[in-house]
Design a protein around this ligand. Sequence first.
Ligand code: AMP
Length: 191
Amino acid sequence: MLNLVLFGPPGAGKGTQAELLAKTFELNHVSTGDLLRTEIAAKTALGIEAKRKIDKGELVPDEIVVAMIKNKLEKNKDVNGFIFDGFPRTLEQAMALDKLLDENETPVTGMLRLEVEKQEVIIRLLNRGKISGRSDDQDRSIIENRITVYCQKTLPIIEYYKPQGKHFEVNGMGSVEEIAGRLKEVVEKIR
Ligand code: AMP
């Protein structure tokens, strides 16, 4: 199985690129952000709790997202692999993912890190907010908070994957096609 983690700051283009990679390599695309937005739209108890965090630019508790991933893995046993988009976002989530995948004996193949400059990320998110209507993309202070949370809680994950030889940097600046080409090249090498 090919299990990829697509990593990068909010606004790095993870969703777009994950979709393309899922098509190219026939992977199951799992976005915790999308799963949470589905819960919010359905007004479930989980969705209501998650919305409170998302609207402030904070992370949803690990237990919630890990349970969602567990459920996804259990429901999709006969797949070529997964591309995880927006997950893991904390060290605890990275360790929980390894544990869940170990149970299926299919480890993470690699973590692809999209590198995008902070100013570019803010511009992309504000533009996306105008189109998508996502409230967490419309307010500059919420965006700034998401970037701060990313630096404090999510970036340390790099040091988890690096010693395992699973950390791959990809330039996330440029056109969608250019970035997709760079990602594909890395995946071809590590698959
Ligand atoms: P995204 O669509 O990936 O940008 O996620 C939108 C929001 O959902 C984030 O700002 C978080 O509040 C929440 N979220 C998504 N994925 C996770 C995760 N793996 N852990 C915690 N919170 C998450």
